[in-house]
Design a protein around this ligand. Structure first.
Ligand code: HEM
Length: 138
């Protein structure tokens, strides 16, 4: 009996998850820590800092959890925030183009500073830019 090549071939390996490519939760945590450190310390991001709460500790945890799930890792953030739409939540804050630009610039720098693979960083930056445009109120 002859079998087709397709039937004999094993299925292709699934594409690696961005979560694994970046290096899992420790790498996501390092990225987020760098992002908020830049927001706190670098005057280029002062207008963005000004619309956040004085204590960024809860944000450091929340963005780490969100990005972990968004990149394909454990989805605890969504269990802890049932029904939360991050896009609607941001539209309600009502920020503008300056804050959006500062957010995407700080994140792009954090991706570089923490050594995220360039091709992955490029994809993440493109996605964050699209999300930021859709989140802003003007
Ligand atoms: C592009 C411009 C953006 C601005 C100006 C912005 C601003 C903010 C602000 C003001 C908060 C609330 C902080 C506080 O309560 O002190 C927040 C929370 C948050 N943002 Fe953004 N954000 C932006 C983009 C994004 C993007 C692209 C993501 C995800 C990829 C994101 C994820 C989050 C998360 C997870 C929280 C915490 C929500 C919570 O725990 O309640 N943000 N953001």
């Amino acid at each position: 009996m002859t079998q087709s090549t397709a039937a004999q071939a094993s299925p292709p390996d699934p594409a690696p998850l961005p979560y694994d490519e970046i290096g899992g939760t420790p790498a996501v945590r390092a990225l987020v820590e760098r992002f908020y450190d830049l927001m706190e310390r670098d005057p280029r991001f002062a207008q963005l800092r000004a619309i956040h709460a004085p204590d960024l500790t809860p944000m450091r945890d929340s963005l780490t959890g969100f990005l972990t799930a968004w990149l394909g890792g454990p989805r605890d953030w969504f269990t802890q925030h049932p029904g939360t739409c991050i896009m609607s939540a941001h539209r309600q804050i009502g920020f503008g183009a300056v804050e959006t630009r500062q957010w995407t610039q700080a994140m792009a720098q954090a991706l570089t500073d923490t050594g995220v693979d360039e091709a992955l960083a490029e994809k993440m930056n493109a996605a964050f830019s699209r999300m930021g445009q859709a989140m802003q109120g003007d």
